[in-house]
Design a protein around this ligand. Structure first.
Ligand SMILES: [Fe+2]
Ligand SMILES: [Fe+2]
Length: 180
């Protein structure tokens, strides 16, 4: 699905696919944090920072849900997969410990930051409203990454491997959600 006025052959970015993958990503993020909070509970020292980030992800998700409704874009068919996979990733990393939970956030947000940069490049002057939304959320994702690093992400046992594994998973999820 494409922006109004688009004709085959036009160079215009496929904003329908962009919004679909972004909604999927923000949905996944809410599920990851929900999984972490399910394990850590609301008394753990890390929980406050996680709950604050989770609230921002909820806002991001609501914005993309609204854009999808306004523009008649269907969600990814993989939503049920991201529901389970996101929650599992959050729960497993939290079970490994708070540093691993933060390592998960740092890894995910690194990929999301790159993904949003790519989208902003692809949009160029097209769809300034969407570009402004993406830029605003990207700034918060960068903040999440910095929060996670400051909270000890890099102290997680096996950090390089864990980080590389999660980043590869994110890239795969992004590639799939663009198409399906
Ligand atoms: Fe987000
Ligand atoms: Fe985030």
């Amino acid at each position: 699905m494409s922006a109004p006025g688009w004709r085959p052959g036009d160079a215009r970015a496929d904003t329908g696919s962009m919004i679909r993958v972004d909604q999927a990503g923000e949905y996944g993020a809410t599920r990851i944090y929900a999984g972490q909070l399910a394990v850590l509970g609301d008394r753990h020292p890390a929980s406050r920072a996680i709950a604050r980030m989770a609230a921002q992800e909820r806002r991001h998700l609501d914005a993309f849900d609204q854009l999808m409704a306004e523009r008649g874009i269907r969600p990814t068919l993989l939503q049920p997969v991201w529901n389970v996979a996101g929650h599992a990733l959050g729960a497993v990393t939290a079970l490994m410990g708070p540093d691993a939970a933060m390592a998960c956030t740092a890894a995910v947000e690194t990929e999301i930051d790159e993904h949003y940069s790519e989208q902003l490049r692809a949009l160029g002057e097209d769809d300034p409203d969407l570009a402004a939304t993406i830029a605003e959320f990207q700034a918060e994702e960068i903040e999440h990454r910095e929060t996670a690093i400051a909270a000890g992400a890099e102290n997680a046992l096996g950090y390089p491997v864990l980080s590389a594994f999660i980043r590869a998973g994110c890239r795969a999820a992004i590639a799939l959600s663009k198409r399906i």
